[in-house]
Design a protein around this ligand. Sequence first.
Ligand code: GDP
Length: 198
Amino acid sequence: MEIKSAEFVMSNSDVGKCPKEPIPEYAFIGRSNVGKSSLINMLTQRKGLAKTSGRPGKTQLINHFKINNNWFLVDLPGYGYARVSKSMKNTFQKFITQYFEKRQQLVSAFVLIDIRHEPQKIDLEFMQWMGEHQIPFSIIFTKADKLKPGAIQRHVKEYESKLLEDAWEEMPNYFITSSSNFTGRDQLLKYIEDINNS
Ligand code: GDP
């Protein structure tokens, strides 16, 4: 898919106030600092579209972007940022869960995971929650440029075994990406395009 246009539509913390237009929507979520803003900017080839920030946890809203005038890309707040207060974490959680439970236009989510680390409890728990609520998602492994191919495969396998232990029947669909060298961009955009055209 060629990205012809990418525009910011709105930010809010209330799923009821999200855009009403019935076009397909894809949501990006992951731990703070996972590389979500960089990935969104890499996919859309718009440098400042999503705000990459030195201070993790800064993007605490549901951010809608309209791509090619026919689908929404949604940038959700990063989870698991240790320095936000507990009450703030609860508020986050509430509107994120409400978003996933109520957003009719949502076709699929992308759960971003930093490929460099061994499986993290918070990511496994989040995927478990998505599974229990039957919310379709793919995994996007980020920062693949930081590892050699062998290590990438090993880390993916580690995630697979953990997920199978957690009662998943198979490894969810996944992508290996790097915002530094554009790895995975074509595959991801093709995946979205194929669903939009189906
Ligand atoms: P966010 O908090 O998830 O939006 O993460 P950012 O996009 O702001 O990225 C967090 C940090 O990781 C920044 O220092 C980025 O430069 C770095 N980063 C993001 N993506 C990549 C990547 O693909 N490769 C490398 N090497 N660094 C990345």
